[in-house]
Design a protein around this ligand. Structure first.
Ligand code: S3P
Length: 184
């Protein structure tokens, strides 16, 4: 193992907040940021599931999306004060000003940008996302398109289509000037 960037480090954010559409790789890249950047991974959906004692699809089914969004905002706010963490948000967290305020207070917000063909391919192979259920791709694509300007409010945009998760993680750490470990 080799420590890269430690000598030229000029600043270090308290945390990194990952945003992006479902399937963009927020959790996977979060794992890599934990592994090579020494940050602690905090998965926002997991916090909600733990606090509610139900899965995300169950919350959507029993209480609806509006209730889920309220849990999401509460979960984000509950993170105030954490340090050296990478927060993997859910794809819809960019939808409210309250969430933006909470996210920006944590640290730089990083958008993992992926094109629709890549997202669609990844989402087709996965289960457990209420907003993708039914495989109504036109509807999912419309949601993605509608959210694009929201994601672009991020402090940093990384084009993730052509990169592996570890390459994305490395690129984020380099751009934010954070030291990281890389296998020889
Ligand atoms: C959502 C994305 C999901 C989860 C919920 C709603 C969204 O998270 O928060 O199903 O609105 O895009 P992932 O982006 O991790 O799939």
């Amino acid at each position: 193992m080799r420590l890269i960037g430690a000598m030229c480090k000029t600043s270090e954010p308290a945390n990194i907040v990952l945003v992006g559409f479902m399937g963009a790789g927020k959790s996977t890249v979060g794992c890599e940021l934990e592994r090579i950047g020494g940050l602690q991974l905090v998965d926002l959906d997991e916090i909600i599931v733990r606090q509610c004692g139900r899965t995300i699809p169950e919350i959507f089914r029993s209480e609806g999306e509006v209730a889920f969004r309220a849990y999401e905002t509460a979960a984000l706010r509950s993170l105030a004060g954490i340090r050296r963490s990478v927060v993997a948000t859910g794809g819809g967290a960019v939808g409210s000003e309250a969430n933006w305020q909470a996210m920006r207070a944590l640290g730089p917000v990083v958008y993992l940008r992926a094109g629709w063909p890549v997202l669609r391919q990844r989402l087709a192979g996965e289960e457990g996302r209420p907003l993708v259920d039914g495989r109504d791709w036109e509807r999912v694509e419309a949601l993605w398109r509608q959210r694009l300007p929201l994601y672009e409010r991020a402090d940093l945009i990384i084009d993730a289509d052509e990169l592996s998760a570890v390459q994305v993680a490395r690129s984020i750490l380099q751009r934010l000037n954070i030291a990281y470990r890389e296998e020889e």
